[in-house]
Design a protein around this ligand. Structure first.
Ligand SMILES: C[S@@+](CC[C@H](N)C(=O)[O-])C[C@H]1O[C@@H](n2cnc3c(N)ncnc32)[C@H](O)[C@@H]1O
Length: 263
């Protein structure tokens, strides 16, 4: 991803999505009107966007979440490593039965679990990664029920699950969103069912990327109707070489959380 060349002075009129002379990616072109309204940058250029009182949709935490994630998916997002995160692979034997993957993105975790014989539903609020997920599942010959919906609304799903997995969604919510999210997921899980979360830890230096989460915040989020069984140090691997998405060597310092539904 090349840094955007910023043009214009004074009142900072709207600038093109891509610097002149740089080709739009096929996915940008396919997304047409939607992404044409988004601004994207390449990490370091964010500073320039901010200084110009302008907005970078991928890095501005105040941008509406759907627009922010859409902008990421116009290119390869840092988290989209093409395979399940190692923390989930290590926990695979404990993730059993009917599984729901919340914020499933392009589906690698959901598809891997389905390949292990689990009955898997994947939920994401964006059509673009779900289209990729469906194509991958078809290519690999596994069945996954991919649903486009807001994770805050999953309580409306009539089905019940034995496990919920969350690879990188929990840490995207603000305090109010986090509470609503945990409550919604709780409606899907009967007592004894478990939720597994990989989220960025407060052990990860810097402020780029997702919100850092402390063990105290995790315990507070699951204090009603849940037992936090374990919070283990883990890493969140990312696609190397994406400006603005550089983390600790080996992967962003993270927590792998196992919480059991008790009520
Ligand atoms: C950090 S990405 C992780 C994607 C995937 N789990 C992975 O590991 O590759 C977070 C995903 O959650 C989705 N997402 C964010 N907020 C959401 C919400 N409120 N409801 C449903 N999906 C959401 C985004 O579109 C994105 O695909």
């Amino acid at each position: 991803m090349a840094a955007a060349t910023l043009q214009g002075t004074g009142n900072f009129p709207a600038r093109p999505l891509q610097p002149q002379g740089q080709k739009r990616s096929a996915r940008d072109a396919a997304a047409g009107g939607v992404l044409a309204s988004l601004r994207r940058c390449a990490g370091a250029a964010c500073v320039a966007f901010a200084a110009r009182n302008d907005r970078c949709m991928t890095h501005d935490p105040t941008a509406p979440p759907q627009e922010r994630f859409s902008a990421y998916y116009a290119d390869r997002p840092p988290w989209d490593i093409g395979r399940p995160q190692p923390a989930f692979v290590a926990a695979g034997d404990r993730i059993r039965g009917r599984v729901i993957d919340l914020g499933c993105g392009t589906g690698d975790l959901a598809i891997w679990l389905a390949g292990l014989g689990r009955t898997v539903t994947g939920v994401d609020f964006l059509a673009a990664p779900l289209a990729q997920a469906r194509a991958k599942a078809a290519a690999r010959g596994v069945a996954v029920n991919f649903l486009q919906m807001d994770a805050l609304a999953v309580g409306s799903i009539p089905e019940r699950f034995d496990a919920a997995v969350d690879c990188g969604l929990f840490h995207t919510f603000d305090d109010a969103g986090r509470a609503a999210y945990v409550a919604a997921v709780g409606q899907l899980l009967e007592p004894g069912a478990r939720m597994f979360i990989l989220c960025m830890a407060d052990r990860e230096p810097g402020t780029q990327g997702p919100r850092r989460v402390s063990t105290g915040e995790i315990r507070a989020a699951f204090q009603d109707g849940w037992e936090v069984e374990s919070i283990e140090p883990a890493v969140f691997e990312v696609v190397p070489g994406i400006p603005g998405a550089e983390f600790s060597p080996g992967g962003a310092r993270s927590w792998f959380v196992t919480a059991r539904r008790t009520a």
